[in-house]
Design a protein around this ligand. Structure first.
Ligand code: AMP
Ligand code: ZN
Length: 137
């Protein structure tokens, strides 16, 4: 078993565990954006969000809710981010799905550098139609 998060879940390597339920475990990230930066990780190995079965999602989101509330309380925060990197192109480095929760502070200068696009003509309608046509429930 090469996966670092599977090893943490199996308690084969140490981590600062914050919370656990049937579906997920929450730990402190070892390289935090800010102190308190946490990771919520499904107990079963899934490489990314799309691989997580639907029945594990409520437990995952429950853990995100519980841990985010605790982080906000602990550091008296005015805001936080939660996010997930899926795929190398999106910055994923550990290929066992996880959701980051990180404190935010005024003027902490953390931002995506964005060059926002504009839809022209019918493009926005076309893009929405394309995605709607791909939706499978
Ligand atoms: P990502 O780049 O979105 O895949 O995030 C992976 C995160 O896992 C990074 O923020 C790492 O700092 C964190 N990480 C890697 N190994 C460990 C570990 N052994 N314990 C806690 N966090 C880890
Ligand atoms: Zn794993």
């Amino acid at each position: 078993m090469a996966c670092i998060f599977c090893k943490i879940i199996a308690k084969e390597i140490p981590a600062e565990i914050l919370f656990e339920n049937d579906s997920a475990i929450a730990i402190l990230d070892v390289n935090p954006i800010h102190y308190g930066h946490a990771l919520v990780i499904p107990k079963n190995h899934h490489k990314d969000f799309l691989e997580v079965p639907e029945n594990e999602l409520p437990g995952m989101m429950h853990a995100v809710h519980v841990v985010a509330r605790a982080i906000v309380k602990s550091f008296d925060l005015r805001g936080f981010n939660f996010f997930s990197n899926n795929g190398t192109v999106a910055g994923q480095s550990v290929f066992h799905f996880h959701i980051h929760i990180t404190p935010r502070y005024p003027d902490d200068n953390i931002r995506f550098v964005l060059q926002l696009k504009r839809y022209e003509g019918e493009e926005m309608k076309d893009v929405a139609a394309k995605i709607r046509a791909s939706i499978q429930e």
